[in-house]
Design a protein around this ligand. Structure first.
Ligand code: NAP
Length: 216
């Protein structure tokens, strides 16, 4: 990897957890990235609005989680852009705003990457970046490979698979634990835990209100 390189960490981050932070830091170290910009999705194209928490909550939790790492930052790009969040728009924006970067590495979960054949404007994404597919331990790599095989070889060669043991932590498990009143300490940074508690996120009863309502 060349001297000037930046990571874009794409995800819903509902909520962000230590698995995401360890992934970003591992990829940063492995590829010698100067920085990793976390980009919470505004409106994921493959999900309905009721399925995800308010973008502002997800953004603020990501800011809290990344605050102590000088190489990490958070972008509002997808949150502020109206309409569905397409990765092609995001990487193009980063490329335009950062100037002639040597390399962009788009990092996200392997389950999202295996859906790549159905994403829009793939050529544009791969024109701008390499893709890292981060997976949980025991991930069915054969299935991943099968789906990725639908992509043309030159694009496939720009996809890198990375197993991250810390991704045993998952956002869905955290949401489930909060709903069931189970502890999430040591799964998310303390500030995120306090934010979830303060805003009543993921609780069984007010969950519906939080998915649609205000931050207040
Ligand atoms: P998702 O379906 O919520 O997540 C799929 C899996 O990947 C989950 O197991 C998830 O675990 C994991 N994951 C997600 N982001 C991760 C990350 N940064 N690092 C490690 N694991 C991660 O996927 P999503 O979050 O909605 O989408 C992922 C990215 O793909 C986003 O940037 C999204 O905008 C992009 N995307 C683009 C298009 C398009 O342009 N057409 C379509 C789909 C997705 P956790 O739940 O624990 O995070």
């Amino acid at each position: 990897m060349t001297n000037r390189a930046i990571g874009i960490m794409g995800g819903t981050f509902d909520p962000v957890h230590y698995g995401h932070l360890v992934t970003a830091e591992s990829v940063r170290a492995h590829y010698g990235l100067q920085e990793v910009v976390f980009v919470p999705t505004g409106m994921p194209p493959h999900k309905s609005p009721e399925q995800v928490s308010q973008a502002e909550h997800r953004y603020l939790m990501t800011v809290l989680a990344t605050a102590t790492n000088p190489a990490f930052s958070v972008s509002r790009s997808e949150i502020d852009r109206p309409g569905p969040s397409f990765t092609a728009d995001t990487v193009r924006e980063v490329r335009q705003s950062r100037g002639p970067l040597d390399e962009i590495v788009f990092i996200t979960g392997a389950d999202a990457v295996r859906q790549l054949p159905s994403w829009s404007r793939l050529d544009e994404i791969f024109q701008h970046c390499e893709v890292v597919a981060a997976s949980r331990p025991g991930y069915p790599f054969a299935e991943f490979e099968q789906e990725i095989a639908l992509l043309p070889r030159p694009l496939r060669r720009r996809i890198h698979f990375l197993e991250v043991p810390a991704l045993a932590i998952s956002s869905s498990d955290i949401r489930h634990r909060v709903a069931e009143g189970m502890p999430i300490r040591y799964l998310v940074p303390e500030a995120v835990q306090i934010y979830i508690d303060k805003m009543g996120l993921y609780r069984k009863v007010p969950a519906a209100a939080n998915r649609r309502g205000d931050l207040s």
